[in-house]
Design a protein around this ligand. Structure first.
Ligand code: AMP
Length: 217
């Protein structure tokens, strides 16, 4: 049976970082809907062009586009052991579509680690975030500064602030999360799948909790 893990948490909760670590530890594919959209934008695909405006405004990309994209990704052969979903679902309609898609693949959502962090801390975390032009390596002014200001430690490319990490957009993304995504906390709690994790702890501590949430800790 494939294993599917849905990682829930607001933007800036450290979901992406944890998804990377845990996917390596478990040998599962990491599917980040935000990364797939950003890749499509960089390649100027039809999907990328459609998604770009919504993303730059801090809004959600419409469900039909997002659901089709994830359904396609989950049906690829590298996902046959399962996947860690990071950033999807983000609306109740997406959660229902995911249940149907996984049932079609002979699986189901197995666990839902939920990393929670207060909106005030999120503002501080996201507002200080910088990414590198070449490969999207992420830094933070306060928590993870590069060795040389404005330059990526790993590939030497220039650092810039993603349009959706700029303060007004960050505020909007948090509002959108509270309104549209937070109902999923109840959706998964009711199904007995939710495992709450304090996202203000150290990265290693959050990872240890994540492993417990997925039954490997
Ligand atoms: P992220 O990197 O996960 O914060 O995603 C960046 C942006 O991509 C979001 O602010 C949305 O505009 C878009 N996006 C990512 N995942 C989804 C989703 N599941 N549903 C709708 N929009 C999404």
């Amino acid at each position: 049976m494939p294993t599917y893990i849905v990682l829930l948490g607001p933007p800036g909760s450290g979901k992406g970082t944890q998804a990377k670590i845990v996917s390596e530890q478990l040998g599962l594919v990491h599917i980040s809907s935000g990364d797939i959209f950003r890749y499509n934008i960089s390649q100027q695909t039809e999907l990328g062009m459609k998604a770009q405006g919504f993303m730059n405004r801090g809004e959600l990309v419409p469900d039909d586009l997002t659901i089709a994209m994830i359904r396609d990704r989950l049906s690829q052969p590298d996902c046959n052991r399962g996947a860690i979903l990071d950033g999807f679902p983000r609306t109740p309609a997406q959660a229902e579509a995911l249940d149907a898609t996984l049932a079609g693949l002979g699986g189901k959502v197995d666990s839902v680690p939920y990393i929670h962090v207060s909106p005030e801390i999120l503002m501080e975390r996201l507002g200080g975030r910088w990414s590198c032009r070449a490969q999207g390596h992420v830094y933070h002014e306060k928590y993870h500064p590069p060795k040389t200001a404005g330059i990526c430690d790993i590939d030497g490319s220039e650092l810039f602030q993603r349009e959706d990490d700029q303060p007004a957009t960050v505020e909007k993304r948090i509002k959108v999360y509270l309104e549209q995504t937070s109902p999923l906390i109840e959706y998964y709690r009711k199904r007995g799948l939710l495992y709450e994790i304090d996202g203000t702890r150290e990265i290693e501590d959050v990872t240890a909790e994540m492993m417990k949430a997925v039954g490997k800790g």
